[in-house]
Design a protein around this ligand. Structure first.
Ligand SMILES: Cc1ncc(COP(=O)(O)O)c(C=O)c1O
Length: 462
């Protein structure tokens, strides 16, 4: 089939890295080339990517979590084609659309407690921005409390809820009145809320950076403290939501009923940017409290028909294919297999997971020769060892994964919720192979370590 885009893709085949080097983020291209990730993918389906030679890659990154239902799901493709072919009137603006009403109704059916209203936007960070504004307006308080090591996006408001120097430095001043508290520390939270001047406590039920799990009491008690001090409890489920952890919403694991749930990423099957805030009715009613304030917050493209149709089709797929149940089952199975490897390998210390949000923590080995190699690497750059896992997983076993955050030896897997027994075997045998290779000093993996150390030292030197 010949068309403008397919012709363009053919004509400019092989030019993507040069184009990005010239016109987009040059540093991204340098990184990809330095670590050997400069592949040319030709096709994608379900949990797999295919390169030009037809090699199959298992994608445990899922586009940072957007492809929960797998890539290019035919049900969503069909829904999007239906919208285009129907010539629907979209974004009339002085109107309200049917599809957005239907999607809001479907989403609210999944939420716990009394969340009765929905606000649509275009990304996770926009959902966070809305939560900041809505909670300030509703409570008439300025302060927002967030957790250390949390991640809520990179726009200025969302960045103000992120303690990481690497993200913040040079972009300030950020929002005042945003206070960090340690995750899993109820006493610090209570101290922060005690003066009854905090609008919202915004928290990821499981922290994405590092995959830090809450204690069983943390979220229920945090919600109780919020109620006690008149603070809104906002669950940022942008990464943990929509089945990822083996329940539709991660907070359901702890029976928590928040005042708002923030969502994005997987909501549209990975096709169209889409975010949303589910909230108790009194919050929506407080912000949009008069006719002259009917458009007091919003954005032009939110509620567009393509995003709404993709959202509706995605929810249908999740239900029909029982993907939440699959995430719970496969998550338990993969975690069990991975935990069984810990005793075999000195570097491998812990597996933390809920459903298909899985972290592997690596740490200093006991034996002398391995420890010397480990120390050399860690001195050059803390957290470099985790790349000695992710890079060989990719190069030798065609598994795409990620390091779970800066300066930590934690590798994270966020597989599509459609992963199967075949993928489970692939993951476990590949990981066992890669960790076994790390125990061979000297060896190919440590050669890679030397190269990474070289890059790290060069970067430090400027
Ligand atoms: C928990 C959490 N909140 C917010 C965001 C920001 O979402 P977006 O990248 O769509 O702005 C992310 C993105 O990774 C996230 O994981």
């Amino acid at each position: 089939m010949s068309s403008y885009i397919t012709d363009l893709l053919e004509e400019h085949h092989g030019e993507k890295f040069a184009l990005h080097e010239n016109y987009l983020n040059t540093q991204m291209v340098r990184v990809l080339k330095a670590i050997g990730y400069d592949r040319v993918y030709a096709r994608a389906r379900g949990p797999y990517l295919y390169d030009e030679k037809g090699n199959e890659y298992l994608d445990l990154l899922s586009g940072f979590g957007v492809f929960a239902i797998g890539r290019n799901h035919p049900t969503v493709v069909r829904a999007l084609m239906d919208v285009l072919q129907s010539e629907l009137p979209d974004l009339v603006q002085m109107d309200v659309s049917l599809l957005s009403g239907l999607l809001a109704e479907q989403i609210l059916k999944t939420t716990p407690g009394e969340l009765g209203k929905l606000f649509f936007c275009n990304s996770g960070a926009e959902a966070v921005e809305a939560a900041i504004k809505f909670s300030r307006y509703t409570t008439q308080r300025e302060k927002i409390v967030f957790c250390e090591h949390g991640f809520h996006g990179l726009t200025l408001g969302a960045l103000s809820l992120n303690g990481e120097k690497v993200f913040r430095d040079g972009f300030g001043p950020l929002l005042p009145q945003c206070l960090p508290v340690p995750f899993n520390d109820l006493r610090s939270l209570e101290n922060a809320l005690r003066n009854k001047d905090v609008a919202a406590f915004i928290v990821e039920p499981i922290q994405g950076k590092g995959v830090n799990l809450p204690t069983d009491e943390y979220l229920p008690q945090a919600a109780r403290l919020c109620r006690q001090y008149g603070t809104l409890f906002v669950a940022d489920e942008i990464q943990t939501g929509i089945g990822r952890t083996g329940k539709f919403w991660a907070i359901e694991h702890w029976g928590v009923e928040p005042d708002m749930i923030l969502m994005a990423k997987a909501l549209s099957g990975g096709f169209i940017p889409l975010g949303a805030v589910a909230m108790k009715k009194f919050i929506m009613n407080a912000v949009f409290n008069r006719m002259d304030r009917a458009v007091v917050h919003g954005s032009t493209f939110s509620k567009n028909n393509m995003a709404m149709a993709a959202g509706l089709a995605t929810l249908k797929v999740i239900e029909e294919e029982r993907l939440v149940e699959n995430a719970a089952r496969m998550g338990d199975a993969i975690t069990g297999d991975l935990r069984a490897l810990i005793d075999r390998f000195e570097f491998f210390q812990e597996v933390r997971s809920k459903g298909l949000m899985i972290a592997l923590e690596f740490g200093a080995p006991r034996s002398f020769s391995l420890k010397a190699a480990w120390n050399l690497l860690e001195t050059a750059n803390k957290g470099l060892f985790s790349q000695m896992i992710t890079i060989p997983l990719f190069k030798n076993h065609r598994i795409l994964s990620q390091v779970a955050g800066h300066g930590m030896n934690v590798v994270k897997f966020l597989p599509p919720l459609v992963v199967s027994e075949k993928d489970r075997t692939w993951i476990v045998s590949a990981l066992a192979g890669v960790i076994a290779d790390c125990h061979k000093v000297p060896g190919a993996v440590w050669e890679l370590g030397k190269t990474l150390t070289g890059h790290a030292l060069k970067t430090k030197a400027g």
